[in-house]
Design a protein around this ligand. Structure first.
Ligand SMILES: Nc1ncnc2c1ncn2[C@@H]1O[C@H](COP(=O)(O)OP(=O)(O)OP(=O)(O)O)[C@@H](O)[C@H]1O
Length: 358
């Protein structure tokens, strides 16, 4: 479905002496198989959107190659665009028409009959809880409603491959849960392939069969959420020791089960003792017996499974949340784009898409 090798995107920012290059994407290889839901995860500015824009042909790669649905993104961008659905991060700019008419027009541009476009559009309105808004002008919708309208637009022509750029940003928890459900059904009921970017760890974890983690323009990990989490050295065991005098002994006992991978690194803070244990389910019963035999009582014990943030931390030495603030987007960016489709706004992306479809 998607195959990319050595994708690079270099932007220049600033002018004159302040001119500098940003390697937004720095040699990305990726493969997405038919029917997979792949989550593309990374901090702000990591290169997610830029990669997506190259794969959806809105940005010509500075170097590297990619095929999407078997079509080359540089040699055959028209076929790529006709074969995919794309919901951009910023969302679309709509005309003065009613929302339903926009959707029907969009479906017809992709070859649906008016009746079919209307039927599919109305079904999506209902699934994404836009009931009653078919005749409303998009400019009179709330931010969350507009976001969901963008998603209807990206899905109405039932593409077998859908690119979603941060689809749930700006949605309330209920709308987010509905969209997750919808994405799951796209895969299970229609066999659609979904490539979605997100910086929500729970979203990537919940939805994805496989996760690609990008940092500073490079893929630093690609695996199932479970395999990624298994790379983190163990579950976190947090003890609250009843008697402060027993903390040192409790820390030694936890260190003894934390194994080589855990490195025996135990943190002590007051009566709290924390350390990683390769398999808490196996280690904790023995640890509890040992503590009990030594007369050490606990006020509480907690076992915390690794999260994708721990994975990111293990791979890069930084927390995903800390990394969010690190990359300076740079002022007044100038795109270097050669040749084709160089939209600067999502209005022009949509226009380009529609022009192509015509
Ligand atoms: N048109 C542009 N001109 C110059 N620099 C750009 C341009 N677009 C993106 N960049 C820079 O490229 C890097 C990657 O940006 P990109 O938007 O791909 O990141 P992202 O992972 O999608 O981030 P976010 O989660 O914030 O959307 C950033 O440093 C960004 O400032």
């Amino acid at each position: 479905m998607i195959h990319a090798r050595g994708l690079v995107q270099v932007f220049t920012t600033g002018k004159g002496k302040k001119k500098r290059e940003v390697r937004a994407v720095d040699g990305v290889d990726l493969d997405v198989a038919e029917g997979e839901v792949v989550g593309f995860l990374g901090p702000n500015g990591a290169g997610k959107t830029t990669t997506l824009r190259m794969l959806t042909t809105l940005l010509r790669p500075t170097a590297g190659t990619a095929t999407v649905n078997g079509f080359d993104v540089v040699a055959d961008p028209v076929s790529v665009r006709r074969s995919i659905g794309y919901v951009s991060q910023a969302g679309g700019t709509f005309s003065q028409a009613q929302a339903g008419d926009e959707i029907v027009d969009h479906g017809m541009l992709y070859g649906l009959s008016r009746a079919e476009a209307t039927r599919r559009g109305q079904a999506l309105f209902s699934e994404l809880q836009l009931d009653g808004l078919w005749e409303r002008m998009p400019k009179n919708m709330s931010g969350g409603q507009k976001r969901r309208l963008d998603i209807v637009m990206g899905l109405v022509h039932q593409p077998s491959l859908v690119f979603l750029d941060e689809p749930t940003t700006g949605l309330d928890p209920q709308a987010r849960a509905n969209l997750w459900e919808h994405i799951r059904r796209l895969r299970t009921e229609r066999g659609a392939t979904i490539f979605l970017t997100t910086h929500y760890l729970d979203e990537a974890d919940e939805l994805s069969d496989r996760i690609l983690i990008i940092d500073n323009g490079r893929i630093v990990a690609a695996d199932t959420p479970d395999n990624l989490k298994a790379q983190v050295s163990g579950d976190l065991v947090a003890l609250e020791v009843a008697d402060a005098a027993a903390v040192t002994t409790a820390a030694e006992k936890l260190a003894s089960v934390s194994g080589v991978n855990g490195g025996g690194r135990i943190e002590v803070d007051g009566r709290h003792v924390r350390g990683r244990v390769p398999r808490a389910g196996r280690a904790v019963p023995g640890l509890l017996r040992d503590l009990d035999a030594s007369g050490i009582s606990l006020d509480s014990i907690e076992v915390i499974r690794p999260t994708l943030d721990d994975v990111f931390l293990t791979l890069t030495g930084r927390s995903l949340r800390d990394a969010e603030t690190e990359r300076d987007p740079g002022g007044d960016p100038t795109e270097i784009e050669s040749g084709f489709a160089a939209p600067t706004s999502d209005e022009s992306s949509r226009r380009t898409e529609q022009e192509v479809a015509r």
